[in-house]
Structures are given as structure tokens and as C-alpha cells.
Design a protein. Sequence first.
Length: 472
Amino acid sequence: MTSTGLNDVVDFINLSRDRHVEELKAFLAIPSISALAEHAADLRRCADWIAGEMRRIGLHNVTLIETPGNPVVYADWLDAPDAPTILFYGHYDVQPVDPLDQWTSPPFEATVRDGEIYARGAADDKGQIFMHFKAIEAYMQKQGRLPVNIKFMLEGEEEIGSSHLDEFVRSHRRELAADVVVISDSPMLERGIPSICYGLRGMVYCQIDLRGSKTDLHSGSFGGAVANPAFVLAQVLAQMKDRSGRVKIPGFYDAVRPLTDEERAEWKKLPFNETRYRKEIGAPRLAGEKGYTVFERVWGRPTFEVNGLLAGFTGEGAKTVIPAVAMAKVSMRLVPDQQPDVVATLFENYVRKVTPRTVELKVTRMHGGKPWMAAFDNAFVRAAGRAIEQGFGKAPVFNREGGSIPVVSTFQEELGLPSVLFGIGLPDENSHAPNEKLDLENFHNGVIASAYLYREIAGVGRRSDAPGAPSP
Ligand code: BES
Ligand code: MN
Ligand code: MN
């Protein structure tokens, strides 16, 4: 195919800009919050909405595939027999919206302000999925076909750890066979600096429950004679990291692959303004493991975080009470070659060791995901680089990210597939936070870049005999 063969597609995309935004609003209106059981029906409604959209733009074999949790939405287009096959992965579930009072406009009434669309899921991940739908629609409208084969696999449990997805991939190996995975679920390095991400951190998420008495106690009558679980919890958590930011769990760093001098040197070349970073976050000072830069801390080093604490009286006024229970949600971000199960056990053992016998301890494992890191000197990544250059007018830089997408390492391990992380979010997109937003210029350029991506990947040729006959 020639490099001018896309003018009709690109013109169609440019003319459809306003319509794209209006349609995206409908997708963003569905509160598909996977963490909250009361939204189970909304997840299904969202899956149905996607299925309808997939059929409308001309994808085939649109199916909701049941899992023990939320359905996976599958669709494909496989009528390019000599071209490679993309396995496109994304997630239609979103994070909870609290604290709701901090949203400028309601999270499920998408609102455009200053060139950004604000809504839960705008960037993570509905907007970035929709960008691909719109690229495909443009091809179908203008050329009646795609230059590549593509299989869509959109899940509804990413934000709660993708716990049914490994099994899903294992049991649908044949249907998911492809040459390369494409994912748009990450931010670019900075506004105006598109990037391709070649590494993600892994994750272990646990809950700690402490109980000190069968019910709350008067802190005057009992204070001093029993342990206070809230205080014990603070003491336990305080032992997780030392003052130089190092995690104190014995064995935690044993499997950590050290950063190479080469990679550290590459990251030092990336544009970064530490003061601006700090100010954008609104932090009085930055903190982190001694001896590492911000990029190194976030992309290349593991960490321990407290995600939430619950204990005792937090209402208005003062109440003299010793709480019966205290709870913490904690998580660890992992880097290659840490194994989630191994780290979870190390953590559990350490918590047992440092928790005094004055309280009852329960540790619950919630979810985990393996870290992922890939060589990025392959033909698919280079194809993605050219597509980004055509959509954004600038070649991408290469970075890792601190976030996690559990299934990416599964694609590598179970299907032997490389992934291309073709993300168009921004560091200030407020994902998981109030006022999540997607830059519409990036969205628009991303639709064009996606159209080029399919053509560029088509040019790479097939790696396998992947397309086959699908029957999910
Ligand atoms: N899209 C993010 C992952 C991400 C974040 C990639 C930042 C690159 C940079 C994804 O939706 C996410 O939030 N994942 C969770 C996974 C967890 C629940 C296992 C995360 O990272 O917390
Ligand atoms: Mn995401
Ligand atoms: Mn997310």
C-alpha cells in the first residue's frame, strides 16, 4: 500500500471530529465501576453498548464471552488473509468516582472544557479504546476493509486486578492467536511528547485487619491496659519502609533486576522538570528511595504503598474511644523479576512477625499481577513509531511506566506475543482521581495515528499463521 493511500480515511476522520466526541459521551455515560457490586448491571450494559458499536462499525463475530466475573467483549475482522493479525486489548471497567464532591462536572456526564473531555473513564480506558473504533469505522466507510486482521478482547475487570483473565487467555489460546498485541491504556510522557511504553510494574494487593477487643472500649476505663489496634496498625505500617525509602520486608529486593547503566542513561536524556512535576502534584517535597531519580523510582524500582486506612472515630467533634478494629489496604508495585506470589508470602510473614500478640491479625490477598518489560527493537514497535509520527507529527520516545496491566505479561507467557503500548493519555489526565479527562487533540490525533498503525503493521507482514478460523 502506498503512503498516500490513507487520505480518504484521514479526511473522513477529520470531518467526523465532532460526531466522535458526541458518541464518546454515550460510552462515558455508563457507570461501569467494577469495584462496586451495585454496578454489576452497568458493566453488562456497557459490554452490550460496546457490542452494538462494534457491529455498527463493521466488526464480525461480536460476542460477549462469559467469565466468572464480568464478560469479555470479543469481535474481529479477519478478511485480510495475507496480513498480520492484531490482538487489541482494552478494559471497559472504570474506577470508583469518590470523592464525588471534588468533581467539577458529574463523572458520568462527559463535559468538554478547554479542549478536554472530563468524565470517569475518559482516558482510562474508554476514550483510548474508542479511538480505535473510530479509526476502524473510517476504514470501513471509505475503503470497505482494513489493511490488517484484528481481534478485539475488551475486559471488564482490569481495575480490580483482571483475576479471571489469565484463565480466559489460557482457555482461548486458539481464538486469540495473533502476531502482536496492541494496547492503548497508558499516558504519553508529556503533552507534545508521544511515547511508546515498554515496561509496566507488577502488583500485590493485600488487606490487613487487626482486632483488639470484641467491641469498642471507653478509652478512659480501658486506655493503658489494652492495645489500641489503630496505634498498632500505625506501628506495623511504620516498619514497612525505612527513612531512606527502602522497603524493609526481608527478601523483598532479592529478585529485583537492577537497572542497567544503559537504561538509566537513556532515561536521563528524557525531558523532565522535577520542580514542575512536584508543583503539578502539589507536594511540599518529593520523596523516594535514595540514590534513584524520579523516573527510576517510578518505572524501575518496586515500592510499598498504603492505599487506605480505617480505624476508630473520624466524625465531627471528639469521642474518647479505643476502636475494636483497624484496617489497612496496602499494595506493592513490583519490577522484573519479582513474582507476585513470592512477594505476597514475604509480606505476610513479615507482617506476622512485626504484629504484637496483643491484637488478632488477618491478612487477605486481594489481587496481583506480574511486571512486564519487553525489548522494543522489533518491527511492530517501529511500525507504531511511524504511526505516531504520522498522527502526532513527532516520533515517540521510549519509556517505562509505574502502573500495571496484569494481562500483558500473560500475553507474553501464554501466547508468546509481544505487546505495543500505544497510549495517548497524559500524566495530568487524573486517572483514578476526580476530574479525569482526555485531551481531545490527542484523541483526534490518536484516531489518525491508529489508522496509520494498522497500515504500518500490515507492512510488517505475518509472524505466524495466526488469523485462522475463529470461533470464540
Ligand atoms: N491504565 C492503567 C495502567 C497504567 C497506569 C499504565 C499508568 C501505565 C501508566 C490501568 O487501568 C490501571 O490502573 N491498572 C491498575 C492495575 C491493578 C488494579 C492491578 C493499577 O495500575 O493500579
Ligand atoms: Mn487502564
Ligand atoms: Mn486504571
